[in-house]
Write a protein that binds this ligand. Structure first.
Ligand code: PLP
Length: 437
């Protein structure tokens, strides 16, 4: 069974003629009535600084996004006027902080398409969410001979937690191979699924290739074998519409900082019917009902999984980020980013020796590339001198890079506030690098 990557039904359904064309005549950002990056840029103060004497061009959005002032003010405002611990205080500010925290949970549930805020567990980010599932679900559910399927494309944070728990439980982590062009080999995936498969851990969008696997179909197939599916949404949330209910994901993880929110806050969605399979993974305050040395009883999920004081200011920032992000027409944002990425892809094609990794297939705003004879770290340093920030290295996805015979590559990744002019500056600087000794 082969599923084309472009067949992901979670793709925005928008009329073809609403997509801005690319190219100099009507480069992205110039289409009347469409989303304009300036409407986002004006809110993001850091984009107006200079680096090495040049206006900053931030093309490291897949690593982290820059923050709108609404988020910065929400965090500062929380500490300036509302700071209190939550869930256990009889005073006004404790109630206000609790309301804010729970409003954040409800907003995340809404954003992800979850039926109930009780399905949302606050975590530090995607990495902690995956570790939580590995420990809290995996420890009780995995045993010798069980398989955890993980595509070779995954970020280390969706590989290593499975290796750790597999070692403890004597389960196996089975890599799902890639086709030559970097897409997940769907025939191999179908062949690897079996009654031994307990879990499939799968990214909704690749941080290396930007590709968007057919997650819904892959999830449905895994469910036929009774396996649970964890979807790593770290790269998807800022670029694709997310609906965990339509995806039918058992677990869905994301990091706030890749979605214009602060670092240190993220969320794990757990499907209602699966919540009961999670055991406490950390003990402490907040997660108990009553404690005695004879017998301790626990609070219901999601509190069961949130031991200790959470990142309350982070939730305030995440709530502000969701409000900011969803104030835009997200279909128009996605269309804009798609056009900008196509524009960048075409323009980067003019740089001699530059090769973009991955298939032509639909992708989010991530372009990972190599330049013949150039070390990716040198490319990043060269661009940095011109105020342009890209990432170079293994992108925490060494197996994915190894698929291309690479240990490192350069990556430009875009967000809604990037402009065609910034792409032009990137390409101009790369052309100068090519002409340099
Ligand atoms: N998964 C993917 C696909 C990522 O791109 C990243 C970060 O780059 C992560 C997981 C880990 O996210 P965090 O470091 O915020 O936990």
């Amino acid at each position: 069974m082969t599923i084309p990557e472009t067949a992901d039904p979670r793709a925005h359904s928008r009329p073809a003629d609403s997509r801005p064309e690319t190219g100099p005549a009507d480069a992205p950002g110039r289409t009347p009535d469409a989303f304009t990056p300036e409407s986002a840029r004006k809110d993001v103060p850091i984009l107006h600084r200079t680096v090495n004497g040049h206006p900053l061009v931030w093309l490291d959005n897949a690593a982290t996004t820059q923050k709108p002032r609404q988020v910065i003010e929400a965090v500062a405002g929380y500490y300036g006027t509302a700071n209190s611990n939550i869930h256990r205080g009889a005073h006004t500010m404790a109630r206000e902080a609790t309301d804010l925290y729970e409003a954040g949970r409800a907003a995340v549930a809404d954003f992800l398409g979850a039926a109930s805020p009780d399905s949302i567990v606050f975590v530090r980010g995607t990495t902690e969410a995956v570790n939580l599932v590995a420990q809290s679900w995996g420890r009780g559910r995995l045993g010798p001979g069980d398989d955890i399927l993980v595509p070779a494309l995954e970020h280390h944070s969706n590989i290593v937690p499975w290796q750790l728990i597999a070692k403890e439980t004597r389960a196996r982590v089975v890599p799902v191979p890639l086709l030559a062009d970097g897409r997940i080999d769907q025939d191999a995936y179908a062949g690897l699924l079996s009654s031994r498969t307990r879990l499939v851990a799968l990214g909704q969008a690749s941080n290396v290739l930007g590709t968007v696997p057919p997650v819904r179909e892959m999830t449905a197939l895994a469910h036929r074998y009774g396996a649970r599916v964890l979807v790593d949404g770290a790269q998807a949330v800022a670029h694709l519409p997310v609906d965990v209910t339509a995806l039918d994901a058992d677990f869905y993880a994301f990091s706030g900082h890749k979605l214009y929110a602060p670092t240190g806050i993220g969320a794990l969605y757990v499907k209602p019917g699966v919540l009961g399979e999670l055991r406490p993974w950390q003990g402490g305050g907040n997660m108990i009902d009553s404690v005695s040395f004879e017998r301790t009883t626990f609070a219901p999920a999601p509190h069961l999984l949130e031991a200790g004081t959470g990142h309350i200011a982070g939730v305030a920032g995440l709530l502000a980020a969701l409000n900011w992000f969803t104030s835009f027409d997200l279909a128009a944002v996605a269309a804009y980013e798609e056009a900008l990425t196509a524009y960048a892809r075409k323009a980067m094609g003019n740089v001699p020796g530059l090769e973009i990794l991955g298939p032509e297939a639909r992708r989010i705003a991530v372009l990972t590339f190599t330049m013949a004879g150039r070390d990716p770290a040198d490319i990043a340093s060269w661009l940095d001198r011109d105020g342009i920030a890209i990432r170079a290295g293994h992108h925490c996805a060494q197996p994915a890079l190894a698929h291309y015979g690479l240990a490192a590559a350069a990556r430009a990744s875009f967000a809604l506030y990037n402009t065609p002019e910034e792409v032009d500056r990137l390409v101009t600087s790369l052309l100068e690098l090519d002409r340099s000794a």
